[in-house]
Design a protein. Structure first.
Length: 131
């Protein structure tokens, strides 16, 4: 083994972490599914008739700790920074604490329901990106 090469393993010999030439190589990057929920408040935030949102679209989750109505509020945005609404209050406390603790959470559109030509409900799946 060279000086710039370090391999750490557990008792059974499986690889945990490898370092080569000062670069840390991680063996996995996990996206952990947490919950499926509808976005709350879309009727207040979706004002674009031409908003195109599809199943599988990735969404951005942002904490809003200074929200006057909910200290655990988490906003939901499209990749283009269009606010869609919030994670429902009944589901957001654990997610808010994870985000406050430095965990990266994101969402993915599971289903878009329409009433005539307008978006009636957006159901999302919440994931935690864990390294």
């Amino acid at each position: 083994m060279k000086d710039s090469e370090i391999i750490l393993g557990n008792v059974d010999g499986s690889l945990l972490v490898g370092m080569n030439n000062g670069r840390l190589e991680l063996p996995f990057n996990n996206n952990i599914y947490l919950l499926t929920v509808p976005i709350a408040g879309i009727n207040y935030y979706i004002r674009y008739k031409d908003l195109i949102i599809s199943n599988g679209d990735k969404l951005i989750l942002k904490r809003e700790p200074n929200n006057n109505f909910d200290t655990y509020a988490i906003e939901v945005f499209t990749q283009n920074e269009i606010k869609l609404g919030y994670i429902p209050r009944r589901n957001n406390k654990v997610f808010a604490r994870l985000m406050d603790g430095g965990k990266r959470l994101y969402a993915e559109v599971r289903e878009v329901q329409y009433y005539f030509d307008e978006i009636n409900e957006i159901v999302i799946r919440i994931f935690m990106n864990d390294i």
